[in-house]
Design a binder for this molecule. Structure first.
Ligand code: GDP
Ligand code: MG
Length: 370
């Protein structure tokens, strides 16, 4: 892939653009000053001019900054990360709310889901489950498109009085595409017209076969209203998590994904980050997408200050120099210099990518006119 324009390369070496073009020509590469060349070619040119090569790894951009896999002996069990999906009004918010023991639904303005980002619940056994509250399927897909595979388990909520609906099917598709196991929560079983059997039969058409019908998908009848079945649901999540054998190394610089981020009056840029491995501490220097910062404070979902946060823990991070995007990576680095270097590189790449897109767009328009 082309990473740098001839002009930019010349600027950075403090050489004349024309001389770089000539140097490229000698190597058999015909490029104008505005064209981009790949990293290997750029490196040859740099050597040709007798400069030192200082190359920020391409992998920083393509596959992210994330480090190598951890050795098995450093891995420790971690809580599962769960996303609740399903058709509108089937009770996603109510269920999340019931699991969290707070009341978000009644506080929703005009019925729109008030976004709480992510939170963790602790069950009697001391085990924990992390819930991500994605506001709709679009967020889930977008996060995945940005390379953030945050979810271990999808809880598919289907209202027992309404059955499988278009967004139920959509959610099944998303979970499949992500390769994430599904647990079916058949909700609203307190209603007189609840037909959990019908839900199970309808799911068959979408190749979801629950245990009762000889399949492997776990299903739990629940009521977010009466709280019936909620303990069983959490138990089932933990059971599924055990099968997945979820582990992470807590003793390394933190890596995670941005769940959401916004600029807040008086607080600056605030990001909700799901830590995926390692432990983040106050004072750590990090990169988040095209932004970087130094952790000024860490807060849990109840606004309590934390000194550190480990694997599968969602945490609000303060101390950003800008606002990253949902799905961006979050990686602790060893110095401010490194953080600047990476974010500058990424910002330049993004700018170039948008230039290319714009140029392509206008070219297509031109052809359309012809
Ligand atoms: P969402 O759109 O999937 O987030 O659905 P909500 O959580 O906003 O719920 C939609 C409606 O269903 C609300 O009026 C809830 O009070 C109601 N509801 C949710 N769960 C239950 C349940 O278990 N039983 C009954 N009877 N109503 C429920
Ligand atoms: Mg909702």
């Amino acid at each position: 892939p082309e990473v740098i324009t001839v002009q930019e390369l010349a600027n950075r070496m403090a050489e004349r653009g024309g001389d770089v073009v000539k140097s490229l020509m000698r190597m058999g590469v015909m490029a104008t000053i505005t064209q981009s060349i790949d990293a290997d070619t750029a490196e040859l040119v740099v050597a040709e001019f007798g400069h030192k090569v200082k190359r920020v790894a391409e992998s920083d951009v393509e596959i992210g900054l994330r480090g190598d896999e951890d050795e098995a002996e450093h891995l420790q069990p971690r809580p599962p990360v769960v996303t609740i999906m399903g058709h509108v009004d089937h009770g996603k918010t109510s269920l999340l709310d019931a699991l969290r023991h707070t009341n978000v639904v009644s506080g929703e303005a005009g019925g729109i889901t008030q976004h709480i980002g992510a939170y963790q619940v602790q069950v009697a056994s001391g085990q924990r489950v992390t819930f991500i509250d994605t506001p709709g399927h679009a967020a889930f897909t977008e996060m995945r498109a940005r390379g953030a595979n945050t979810t271990d388990i999808v809880v598919l909520v289907v209202a027992a009085n309404d059955g499988v609906m278009p967004q139920t099917v959509e959610a099944i598709r998303h979970a499949r595409a992500a390769g994430v196991p599904i647990i079916v929560a058949i909700n609203k079983i307190d209603l007189p017209d609840a037909k959990p059997e019908r839900v199970r039969t309808e799911l068959l058409q979408h190749e979801i076969v629950v245990e009762e019908m000889g399949g492997e998908t776990l299903d739990v009848p629940v009521s977010a209203k009466t709280r019936e079945g909620l303990d069983k649901l959490v138990e089932t999540i933990l059971l599924q998590a055990e099968v997945l054998d979820l582990k992470a190394n807590p003793d390394r610089p933190a890596e995670g994904s941005v769940i959401e981020a916004k600029l807040e009056r008086g607080r600056g840029s605030v990001a909700t980050v799901l830590i995926q491995r390692g432990t983040v501490k106050v004072g750590d220097i990090f990169v988040a997408g095209g932004e970087w910062g130094r952790v000024r404070a860490l807060l849990d979902d109840r606004g309590q200050n934390l000194k550190s946060a480990g694997p599968a823990q969602p945490v609000e991070v303060l101390g950003l120099n800008g606002t990253p995007l949902a799905g961006d990576d979050f990686v602790v680095v060893d110095s401010e210099g490194r953080a600047r270097e990476i974010t500058e590189f990424r910002t330049r790449k993004r700018r170039e990518a948008s230039h290319v897109a714009t140029a392509r767009g206008s070219l297509e328009q031109m052809f359309e006119k012809i």
